[in-house]
Design a protein around this ligand. Structure first.
Ligand code: AMP
Ligand code: GLY
Length: 411
């Protein structure tokens, strides 16, 4: 099998690692990949949808796996379908569930998916007038893709006015801020549930807990994710049942009614309050770094799962009866300014999956090249031992100005 994986982070390295573990003969291509993927496949530098279609056609790629959302929103799945090239990911219309918050909220409302109450606006004056009359905190969201930065939790009317001014007038998120969703603030804890959609059924993965802030105890700036624990220790069977009834089932009804049919991933970003489970957002791709924690727990051959989903067959997921803790090692200064180009040492003695997020390969050595550098995943029979395993291995790895949170997996 020849497999093309689109993307260049830890998520894509983890997907390739899992496929290669289960199918040692698989030949992997990554676009554009990184210093980790270069060790298990060939890195490419395709820029456009058309170049990617041409590459897949010419090289007889058996399967293309889409990592990040921007390719989906650009319609790569539709372009592959036109040429009958197998691809795993959402088509352009379905990708709007991630690409437009207004589209997603309207879909949730239409099909009764439990979510925070909201209103959408296309101009500053009306939005600001509405915001002033609401209870605080209040959440203001730019409609389009804003690299995870388009959500502002406002403590009072001044905050809301500032956020709306920045989105509508100063256009800090460009086009993404032409429409704005204002929604009710939900107080609780978050859980990430990935799932596979085969065009007929949605099959959920084990739950995960993402640690988004740079500082221990969830303090400081937001990041792309500093670590993950799976299964999420706070997410109970009762929460899962509420998720199935109030979120998964109505989502499936909506997808089928709207003819949003594809084989790919749906990621449910949940907020669990003291009474209920709410959907904050859909992502139409695997989470990063959730993937780096959940794939090492998967017992199935991931390639079989993808192939079955593409063929519209039912998939049955099996999980190791274990926990996983993924610790992100970052460059000091991240998520603001940081230096790169430092050699990463000690990897040879690491005895657990270690995925490259931002490092490049030069004369057989890895050098830091991004804010998030490595994702070290420890496994164990319970959360505590998974955590110990992760941190034991993290302590063997060294690069200048390394930094990581010491509390990933704490409840
Ligand atoms: P989103 O991109 O919609 O998931 O929002 C990013 C983050 O903002 C979420 O992971 C939450 O931490 C927070 N957030 C979004 N919407 C709400 C809400 N209605 N209430 C509280 N926090 C929220
Ligand atoms: N970890 C959250 C995301 O991938 O968006």
């Amino acid at each position: 099998m020849k497999i093309l994986i689109l993307g260049n982070g830890g998520r894509e390295h983890a997907a390739g690692w899992k496929i290669k573990q289960d199918n040692p003969d698989a030949v992997l291509y990554f676009n554009k990949g990184n210093g980790g993927t270069a060790q298990i496949g060939t890195n490419l530098s395709l820029e456009t949808v058309q170049e990617t279609v041409n590459f897949a056609e010419k090289n007889q790629i058996d399967l293309t796996f889409v990592g990040p959302e921007d390719w989906l929103v650009k319609g790569i799945v539709d372009a592959f379908r036109e040429k009958n090239l197998p691809i795993f990911g959402a088509d352009q219309k379905s990708a709007q569930l991630e690409g437009s918050k207004e589209f997603a909220k309207d879909f949730m409302q239409k099909y009764g998916v439990k979510t925070a109450a909201y209103q959408t606006f296309n101009n500053f004056t009306e939005a600001n007038e509405y915001a002033r009359k609401q209870k605080f905190p209040l959440v203001v969201k730019a409609d389009g893709l804003a690299a995870g930065k388009g959500v502002v939790i406002c403590q009072d009317a001044f905050d809301a006015e500032k956020a709306l001014d920045e989105m509508f007038n100063k256009k800090i998120f460009g086009e993404a801020g032409n429409h704005v969703v204002i929604e009710e603030f939900l107080d609780g804890f978050e859980a990430s549930i990935l799932s596979v959609f085969n065009g007929r059924e949605i099959t959920p993965f084990v739950s995960a807990k993402d640690h988004k802030k740079i500082g221990e105890g969830e303090t400081g700036l937001n990041t792309g994710g500093m670590g993950v624990a799976a299964p999420n220790p706070l997410f109970t069977q009762t929460h899962f049942q509420a998720f199935e009834k109030d979120i998964l089932q109505p989502t499936l009804n909506g997808l089928l009614s709207e003819n949003m049919i594809f084989a790919g991933i749906i990621f449910f970003g949940l907020m669990i309050t003291k009474d209920d489970v709410y959907l904050l957002e859909y992502n139409m791709r695997m989470g990063d770094p959730e993937t780096q924690a959940v794939l090492p727990l998967m017992e199935n051959n991931f390639l079989d799962i993808i192939t079955q989903a593409i063929q519209g067959q039912s998939v049955k997921l099996r999980w190791k009866p274990q926990s996983a803790v993924c610790v992100v090692m970052a460059s000091g200064g991240y998520p603001l300014n940081y230096e790169t180009g430092f050699e990463i040492k000690g990897l040879d003695s690491v005895a657990t999956p270690c995925f490259v997020a931002g490092a490049s390969l030069g004369d057989g050595k890895l050098y830091t090249s991004g804010g998030r550098v490595l994702n070290v995943t420890g496994l164990g029979n319970d959360l505590k031992s998974a955590q110990q395993n992760a941190y034991e291995n993290v302590s063997k790895i060294h690069f200048d100005y390394e930094c990581y949170r010491k509390d990933i997996g704490e409840v």
